[in-house]
Design a protein around this ligand. Structure first.
Ligand SMILES: [Zn+2]
Length: 407
């Protein structure tokens, strides 16, 4: 396979997590009798531009359809994150009622609604019909299509170039990162700004959080590789911010090369931090697989020892990152009997691959487990408090990754 950004042949492997179903492919009880699609989950590194990317595999387009329907507005903290960004960008970029804002992957209008409130003209581009429809019903004009250069040209003829183009948590999710970036550049006015947010590869490597790898992420970006991707579309990054979201993300600001931009010191500083870590050296990419393999053995040892002792084990949090770990380790419902999740839409269903049933809090309480393992480790403190409040002091609460720890 060649690099999706610079076309160099990829020869360095970051990690091979074997085969697993797509992380968000939760199953109903009827699905349990059907064939489940397991696909390779392997991540490669380009030694030329250092873009980290998932392996292309045969039949990929059949596996990843448009069914994904996560409504951003269900997370109040995410809506607040968007509101603060909108307030700040209006001031910093000098936006007003003559400006034009485009958001790619605009979902249900969780962000654009804040521009709507300010009377700033805006347009959403969102391929998932159900979420786009929610935005349209709020009065947010939305094109229900995937962004590509053809669509970008159509936007230009129907609307105009944008002063601000936003892509939050979409850049790492697009398979054709070159066509996507060219499209952003096409839609951007001469002095306009592109703002992108994506999980920071440096954090993944520093914290060995391999369970944040799943099929829906095609790229794992550093500032270094992002600069390279954007520069091939004649875009230059002039500011970067480090965010807490998704275990550590970057928000980059970029404009056309030709605009007379002043590059903020944050860019050079973070590039230097990445360089010191070794983001442009093979050595930085060799540790993750070693740590992951060791953790897999420890997790299996721990769960098997619980079974041998006759302990009842439940999990908390039916999150995508939990699925990566469980399927990599080959854990099934004989080792973890149930997983509790607060989302009613998941309850009554089964985790992909492991087929562990997803239950509500009442069912967890009734089961009275001896051990509760926390799957979304980034929420460990919150989940520990919830277990103590609802199940008392009896169950041992353990997080499995990035390292095994009794909480
Ligand atoms: Zn490359």
């Amino acid at each position: 396979m060649n690099c999706r950004n610079c076309e160099t042949l990829l020869s360095l492997e970051l990690i091979d997590l074997g085969f697993s179903p797509p992380s968000n492919a939760y199953l109903t009880s009827a699905d349990l009798d059907k064939v489940e699609v397991w696909v390779p989950l392997k991540v490669l590194v380009c030694k030329e531009c250092w873009l980290v990317q998932t392996l292309d595999f045969h039949g990929e387009s059949d596996v990843f359809t448009e069914n994904y329907a996560y409504f951003s507005s269900t997370s109040t903290s995410w809506v607040e994150h968007a509101r603060i960004f909108v307030e700040n960008s209006i001031v910093e970029l000098g936006l007003n009622t003559d400006s034009f804002v485009i958001e790619v992957a605009s979902n249900d209008g969780y962000l654009l609604q804040h521009f709507q409130e300010k009377g700033i003209p805006h347009l959403g581009i969102e391929p998932t019909r159900s979420t786009a429809q929610a935005a349209i019903s709020k009065g947010i004009e939305t094109i229900v299509e995937f962004l590509n250069p053809d669509l970008a040209m159509k936007v230009l003829t129907t609307y105009r170039k944008a002063d601000l183009v936003i892509g939050n948590n979409v850049f790492a999710h697009v398979p054709n990162i070159r066509g996507f970036t060219d499209s952003l550049a096409l839609m951007l006015s001469d002095k306009g700004t592109v703002v992108l947010e994506f999980p920071h590869l440096l954090k993944l490597l520093q914290e060995n959080s391999f369970d944040t790898i799943y099929h829906e992420h095609f790229s794992y970006l550093s500032l270094h590789s992002c600069l390279d991707v954007l520069s091939r579309s004649n875009l230059r990054i002039w500011k970067v911010e480090e965010l807490e979201t998704h275990g550590g993300s970057l928000r980059i600001y970029a404009s056309h090369d030709s605009s007379d931009l002043v590059v903020d010191s944050s860019v050079g500083e973070l590039l230097e931090t990445e360089k010191r870590f070794g983001i442009t050296s093979v050595a930085a990419y060799t540790k993750l697989a070693v740590v992951a393999n060791k953790l897999r053995d420890e997790v299996l040892d721990f769960l098997i020892s619980c079974r041998v002792k006759g302990l009842k084990v439940a999990a908390y949090g039916a999150a995508a990152k939990g699925n990566t770990l469980l399927n990599f380790a080959g854990v099934k419902s004989n080792l973890i009997q149930m997983v509790c999740d607060s989302a009613p839409s998941k309850q009554g269903n089964f985790l992909p691959g492991s087929h562990i049933p997803i239950v509500n809090l009442d069912a967890l309480r009734e089961y009275s487990p001896d051990v509760v393992v926390v799957l979304p480790w980034n929420l460990s403190a919150e989940i520990l408090a919830l277990i103590r409040a609802n199940l008392g002091e009896r169950p041992r609460v353990v997080r499995l990754s990035p390292y095994l720890q009794v909480l």
